[in-house]
Design a protein around this ligand. Structure first.
Ligand code: NAD
Length: 375
């Protein structure tokens, strides 16, 4: 049975993605009543007044909004390092929670949040991975499921942002967890989505055998002080032998490219091989050219509508959701291990509880500081 009432939802964070979410909530979600928006930065009230319907009440304090706006659900679109506390507060106040990826920058906090959500089964909790809500990825998933590709034994991804002359993500790095955690979580998730990483396991708790990562500061040398890279390569060996490889970057000149190759024994499928903004080609003295999408928000524009519609349906009708908290946790373990491998220069193995075995942070910090001092 489909409910005909609307979900009363409040939004926290009006940054790059939050501003897009706010417009979608206001104008493209027939099953959501957008009741309130919140951001702590100066000037956010003015932005909300100029861009959102008058019925959306602005709050400068997220707790005040969660308690007093009449919302029954909250969308968290703030910087990653703030997610965990806001998710837990929302759940404790009895709100359904949708939160942008990733839950946290570390495995322990992610595990605590997933446990908190599991302790409140009457509340919905969704961390949406954009590619799973994209029509082309859904189409490729059907090819996997109907056997057209044969046995899918490997997935190769590439995700490279357009080079940003302001270097915004350099300062963002301290809050984002680094390129593998921030960007690579989509790739870890999509590898798990296309490959059956749960079959043939001797220990069902341990889905990953080992990961290894490499990285560079090809353009933005300052990233070294955050233990971060502007180009990173990661390899993940799952415990049943499937393999994921990924190239992540922040330095592409023509725009944003996001591509995935699904390697099967009968066929390969490539999604987004040329991340064009439309189907127009220019043929001139330079050859054949197409325009690239400027960013991930443009390439996956429908995903940011589809995932919210799914969340509303899950709360209102109890319909199923595409991503589970377990998916967010498993992807988080992989990318935290990749970031660690890049920082330490060593592979990271996973233990019998399925957790990455990582050197103590103090050792890693010593290495980062040593690097900064030119050692
Ligand atoms: N699914 C995707 O493809 C995708 C794409 C981009 C970003 N993201 C995720 O979305 C989140 C936001 O990214 P962004 O690029 O919009 O960041 P951003 O820095 O542009 O915006 C974050 C906003 O949150 C506000 N904020 C921070 N802490 C707050 C708090 N405690 N209460 C209220 N407001 C607070 C900041 O003032 C800022 O306006 C990140 O976690 C990021 O990983 C996901």
């Amino acid at each position: 049975m489909t409910s005909d009432r609307r979900l009363r939802l409040a939004l926290i964070g009006l940054g790059r993605l939050g501003a897009i979410r706010a417009r979608i909530l206001a104008y493209h979600q027939p099953r959501i009543e957008f009741v309130a928006a919140c951001d702590t930065k100066p000037g956010a009230d003015e932005w909300a007044a100029n861009n959102l319907p008058a019925s959306v009440k602005f709050y400068a304090d997220p707790e005040d909004m969660m308690r007093n706006s009449g919302a029954e659900a909250v969308l968290i679109s703030t910087a990653t390092a703030t997610h965990a506390a806001l998710i837990c507060l929302g759940l404790d106040l009895g709100l359904h929670v949708m939160c942008e990826k990733p839950i946290s920058v570390d495995v322990v906090t992610t595990q605590e949040v997933v446990a908190k959500a599991a302790s409140k089964p009457h509340l919905k909790f969704l961390v949406p991975f954009s590619r799973r809500y994209d029509d082309s990825y859904l189409n490729a998933k059907q090819l996997v499921e109907n056997g057209s590709l044969g046995n899918v034994h490997a997935v190769e991804t590439m995700c490279i942002d357009q080079q940003d002359p302001t270097g915004f993500f350099v300062t963002f790095s301290a809050q984002s967890g680094g390129i593998f955690v921030d960007m690579g979580i989509h790739d870890a998730d999509i590898g798990r989505y296309f490959m059956d990483v749960k079959s043939g396991l001797t220990n069902p708790k341990r889905q990953v055998n080992r990961v290894v990562a490499f990285g560079q500061q090809a353009v933005y040398g300052e990233l070294a002080k955050y233990g971060d890279a502007d180009n990173g390569w990661g390899m993940v060996e799952f415990a049943n032998g499937k393999v994921l490889t990924t190239h992540l970057g922040r330095t592409l000149k023509n725009g944003y490219e996001g591509a995935t190759r699904v390697c099967g024994t009968k066929a390969h499928s490539i999604i987004g091989g040329n991340s064009t903004i439309n189907r127009v080609e220019i043929r001139d003295e330079h050859g054949v050219r197409t325009a690239t999408t400027p960013d991930a928000f443009t390439l996956y524009d429908r995903s940011f509508i589809n995932d919210l519609a799914e969340f509303a349906g899950a709360v209102l009708d109890n319909s199923p959701m595409t991503c589970t908290p377990e998916d967010a946790f498993e992807a988080s373990k992989i990318v935290t291990a990749l970031q660690h491998s890049f920082r330490t220069g060593k592979p990271v193995y996973f233990d019998e509880d399925g957790l990455p075995i990582m050197e103590k942070a103090v050792e890693v910090n010593k290495k980062i500081n040593g690097h900064l001092n030119g050692h």
